[in-house]
Ligand binder design. Sequence first.
Ligand code: C6P
Length: 412
Amino acid sequence: MNGPANRTYPIENIRRDFPILAQQVHGKPLVYLDNGASAQKPSAVIKKVSETYETAYANVHRGVHTMSQLATDAMEEAREKARAFINAGSASEMIFVRGATEGINLVAAAWGRANLVAGDEIILSVLEHHSNIVPWQIVAEQTGAVIKVAPIDDCGNFLFEEYENLLSPRTRMVAVTHVSNALGTVVPVDRVIRSAHDAGALVLIDGCQAAPHMAIDVRDLDADFYVLSGHKLYGPSGIGLLYGKEELLRAMPPYQSGGEMIDRVTFDGTTYADLPFKFEAGTPDISGAIGLGAAIDYLNALGHEAVADHEGDLVEYAAEQLSTLNSVELVGTPDERAAIVSFNVRDIHPHDVGTILDYEGIAVRTGHHCAQPLMDRFGVAATVRASFGLYNTRTEIDALVRGIGRVREMFS
Ligand code: C6P
């Protein structure tokens, strides 16, 4: 039985939508629990990408010919879907980027270099992925800005009061994750944003691990910048989104330069294209953007609430089942978590756990999850991470628990 608590959730149909889930690995049915790294793709997305190449592909925003117009229209339609998906005010505020990493680098470099001066403060949290640390370190080095780090408690909860105490008249940017990729902690970003704004700072939210699991409303949040990656959202890899408030994006200098982002070029100087194109230098990932639009359609058809209910049941069940195993130590037990559980198996290296689980057909991520400061906070070098998606089942969590039993057997 596949569970879950909600019997109207069409889990069997959903699983059939994802061809890769029918694969076997080492002769066992694939149990894919590495969605935090990259989610699998439904047929609708795969078909949309191949259909684009088969019937409506050319470079965009350049050609007067039919194929270019078809591709341009499809890409702009995808931008509109993305706008609606996070409730941005206008498509001008939606920049197609390679992924969250590029989105954060864009803001850190373009906004940071133009606005930060020595002594200005940037607040990050200890939960951050390296993608939301290193770009700020680089711009801090270049400008003399200072980085402060908001702490967490021993369960992995974001400590809101301690964060508020870090805010000062010198705080210019607060850049925090919406959901921790290593622990699943949901950060109260609405309150984080309100406090930062009261202190006169801007806020960038790294929504990579939130967007697949919950409805995002950037206007309701009042986020200044919000980034996400398509490949974690059941879309293609190589495409992602940066949302930025229009007045901020307008005031920022370009990030990369070249074709597409210009208005007029002479050897005396260049004027730039209007938003969003000012930040989209070069030929974009055309089929990727169109595929992302199809992934958004797919998620919308299922409904965020239904997906969140299903995944909420899974993550609760997983945490409960894993905590019954004497040999397992959960790393992080936050009050509110989304679709991610991290743990270690006593006396066994996470890579060994991951390798043996793979022989059972179970895909998990092991390592530091690109969150080394967070691993340091917990005094561990690495963890095993099971991260769930809309197609996972309780049966697969039972397989994970049996797999851990197998790991124990092999090491005893
Ligand atoms: N986390 C994980 O296994 P890119 O690589 O640009 O699509 O996303 C970077 C990134 C930024 N922020 C968060 C919170 C993330 O989780 C990630 C990607 C993957 O956890 C790969 S390291």
